[in-house]
Design a protein around this ligand. Sequence first.
Ligand code: FAD
Length: 446
Amino acid sequence: TQTLHIVGGGMAGSEAAWQAANMGVQVVIHEMRPKVKTFAHQTGNLGEMVCSNSFRSDDDEQNAVGLLHWEMRAANGLIMATADKHRLPAGGALAVDREPFAQTVTENLQRHPNISVSYEEVTTLPDDGHWIFATGPLTSSALGQAIQAETGAEALAFFDAIAPILYADSIDMSQAWMQSRYDKGETEEEQTAYLNCPMTKDQYEAFIDALLAAEKTEFHEGETAGYFDGCLPIEVMAERGRETLRFGPMKPVGLTNAHKPDEKAYAVVQLRRDNKLATLFNIVGFQTKMKYGAQTQVLRMIPGLRDAQFARLGGIHRNTFLNSPTLLDAQMRLKTKPNIRFAGQITGVEGYVESSAMGLLAGRMAAAEILGQDLPEVPQDSAMGALIHHITGGAEAKTFQPMNVNFGLFRPVDGLKGGRRGRKDRYKAYTDRAKTVWSEWIRSFT
Ligand code: FAD
């Protein structure tokens, strides 16, 4: 049969379905929610964002994630188009209103004449038919076992952490003030996307003490305690050194206390608007595995948050991913069972944007295969190409860990200056080159 089956309707599965269906292929999405839940997803929507509401930087000239946005837009990506539609002001970042975002993704897929959605858990890797598995970091355990049985490799599990979300009206605005770092953002709305809570040296030291002493959730036996590096829990950062937070998410730079313009804060906690109504704010970079009781106590020590009411506390979670460099071919097919592709976070990329990107590629590749079209190799000098090349071969298999897109994955451009001074030119050269080769690749489909 020529139907494409996609297991998992998250970031990657939704994008894969959209791309394949638009190429004229019949698609069935198999999604286990809402029948079978995960601890992080809260709805039965396709394309649900489980944690932060940000797709990160939208700068497509100086930032590799922004470049990935550009490439997905150029490929008529559903996730990007929907993100643009439900965009919230957040300076240079692409933040979205998560509920309407996921609702729109769901409606677009359900309405598509070539797509049907089957709400069920898939627990085996079928021997025939065309399949994409995009079951994400919280792949159901039955399916996880089936994958392990097939690959023989360890499906690694490790933890990352959710940042707490609180109600705006519980923030004390006589202490906090509104300002985006370095006043980034054009409109007033953008400049008011962030709230800041200042700390004196004494307050900071007391906060670090409390953080270190707080009760944390323990890891389950046999599970490794690796974190994804952009998402380290604050208590782990504090354990690495008392100053680490002050140079990380709590850095006091680019901000002036509106209440006390002459006083330089020793550290600043930033809150970012989490919905369009501006009723919810998340604490930027404050992923944590502190136990709930301890968490509220410690977070309420932050000036301005003494009476904070939390809409959602931080938590810990599992992340399932394959050793892709050994298991997958250049088209993300399982080498031992090429009728099966993987896509999204389970392939060892990290983040909404990267996961959607790998869904986009998998969807197009699977559709081309079904339609008997020859597909030129994804250009390695595009952000898409740099990423897929990394996970399916560029990365060291032995030490393989999930990867964010970054310019470190790109092949150098000749004749450019190195070092700090040359960096802007270099990034611009990478992004110019990527846009050219990616546009050519997209044109090869029509
Ligand atoms: P998902 O979006 O999770 O989609 C997978 C889908 O497969 C789900 O809908 C699931 O219900 C379904 N599924 C699973 N097993 C089966 C089965 N057997 N049968 C049928 N359906 C199945 N990334 C960020 O960029 N920013 C963040 O802040 C962030 N925070 C995170 C917080 C948590 C708690 C977790 C777990 C992950 C976080 N991530 C974050 C990673 C984020 O989940 C991924 O980047 C992104 O959602 C991955 O997309 P995906 O499509 O691969 O997986």
